[in-house]
Design a protein around this ligand. Structure first.
Ligand SMILES: CC(C)(COP(=O)(O)OP(=O)(O)OC[C@H]1O[C@@H](n2cnc3c(N)ncnc32)[C@H](O)[C@@H]1OP(=O)(O)O)[C@@H](O)C(=O)NCCC(=O)NCCS
Length: 431
């Protein structure tokens, strides 16, 4: 493609933006607003953003053509925690707000910003980076692989009846005021530590959640209901908006579920039963739910829950192969040599993954031994595919059949068995 009229590289400079510098933050918000097809942020919106990104790393690329100084590209990253199978949370470089003005796209600005961030994260000892991809073809070239999936669902309230063997709905429910998010945060924190694929929500996330309104976690009609067990301890919550509608005089309202988190099956059942019983509402719609949602298993008519489409959600980038493989635990046992190729030259290595049955912990999960080696590999795979495999959400057998990893069918099956996890990884948090 011809490059006429495009700024030469010396006109571009990169800075780190301090979120508390309001003018700099306003300039930084321009490319994301334009690239994400959003309206210009209001003063209130800018203040929301300032609070949400405090402590995050905000990269800006400026174009200084014709004496002007305009931010034309952005990237944001922050340190967070990601739960991996069997081992709980590990540190992760969370990447977001990758935007380039349409006038400056396809000149390598994203590549420059993202590569610099990944190099920094690796240098600081992160074994993993994560992001949510707006479009699936963007991030494979940077070594990210789709690691979790999510689905939408629609629940037809008229068809909801719980099976007699479903966990009993004990405890109590109460509405909680908008700003009282402390118990919600505690419930979420317990739940996300146990769910592979989930990332942490920090205090700023919950503070933002407590400010309800258009375009926020909950709109003006939003409600949060908290569940307590019989001892009074909070163990689940549901956050939802409603839209009222009717067909003639027949109520036809819709409940838009924004978040439902429970740490026990009993709280989970109680919350769904409550939602399905709200007067004037015919259906519940939810997005970004786990693909192995428990709800259909609890119902006499599992087709009361219609699911789909299923899409990728969290993408993982391995920055340190031995570190990432050693961070999680395994349920199977075996030994495989993996040769991981990295197009960015950050993490490529050959490792021996050894999981021995006698190292089993009391909970059945096994700590691996991971060592670098010169041995011939059983499996050759790009680093992006390792990101897809790591949380157990993608089968090595499928990747081998698709030609995305090099292995015999037996080696692919051995790797699939090692990586398998009892639950599908799920990340319910946008960042
Ligand atoms: C996606 C976006 C950030 C890409 O920025 P960019 O500076 O144009 O990207 P680069 O020039 O560094 O592209 C690097 C490579 O990725 C490819 N690429 C970039 N965006 C792509 C896309 N949306 N689909 C497919 N390929 C893409 C480029 O073609 C290029 O390939 P090449 O190395 O083979 O030439 C930018 O177009 C944008 O802001 N889009 C709208 C917002 C958005 O989708 N952001 C991503 C949020 S997750």
């Amino acid at each position: 493609m011809q490059d006429t009229g495009r700024p030469a590289p010396p006109q571009l400079r990169t800075t780190q933006v301090d979120p508390d510098d309001r003018q700099a933050l306003r300039a930084w918000a321009v490319p994301s607003r334009t690239a994400f097809l959003e309206a210009a942020p209001t003063e209130e919106g800018l203040e929301d953003r300032r609070r949400a990104v405090r402590g995050h790393r905000l990269t800006a690329v400026h174009d200084t053509v014709a004496g002007e100084d305009r931010v034309v590209a952005t990237l944001r990253s922050f340190d967070s925690e990601l739960t991996v199978p069997g081992a709980g949370p590990v540190s992760v470089d969370a990447v977001s707000t990758a935007t380039v003005l349409p006038t400056h796209r396809r000149r390598g600005l994203l590549s420059r910003m993202l590569t610099a961030d990944l190099e920094r994260a690796r240098g600081e000892g992160h074994a993993l980076a994560a992001l949510i991809a707006l479009e699936a073809p963007i991030y494979g070239r940077f070594g990210f692989g789709a690691a979790t999936r999510a689905t939408s669902l629609v629940l037809d309230h008229a068809r909801v009846a719980f099976r007699p063997d479903a966990p009993a709905a004990t405890g109590s429910l109460e509405f909680v005021p908008a700003r009282r998010t402390d118990e919600l945060a505690a419930v979420h924190d317990t739940a996300r530590r146990a769910r592979p694929g989930a990332i942490a929500r920090d205090a700023a996330w919950w503070e933002a959640a407590g400010r309800r309104g258009e375009g926020r976690w909950l709109g003006p009609r939003g409600h949060v209901v908290l569940h307590r067990d019989e001892q009074g301890t909070a163990d689940g919550y549901a956050a939802y908006d409603v839209s009222d509608d009717s067909v003639g005089r027949v109520p036809n309202g819709t409940l838009h579920l924004r978040d439902l988190t429970a740490t026990t099956p009993s709280a989970y059942r109680a919350l769904w039963e409550f939602l399905a019983s709200i007067d004037l509402v015919r259906v519940t719609r939810a997005a970004d739910r786990p693909v192995d949602e428990l709800l259909p298993h609890l119902l006499v008519d599992p087709r009361a829950v219609q699911t789909g489409p299923v899409d990728d959600f969290l993408w993982l980038r391995v920055l340190d192969v031995p570190g990432a493989l050693a961070a999680r635990r395994y349920l199977g046992c075996g030994t495989l040599v993996l040769r991981v190729a990295d197009p960015l030259g950050l993490a490529g290595s050959t490792v021996r993954l050894h999981v021995a049955a006698q190292r089993c912990g009391a909970d059945g999960w096994v700590c691996p031994e991971v060592t670098t080696t010169d041995a011939e590999p059983d499996v050759v795979l790009p680093v992006a595919e390792l990101g897809s495999l790591l949380l157990g959400g993608t089968s090595a057998v499928a990747l081998q059949r698709a030609g995305r990893i090099e292995a015999t069918p037996a080696a692919a099956q051995a790797l699939a068995t090692l990586m398998a996890a009892p639950e599908q990884p799920w990340c319910p948090t946008w960042f």
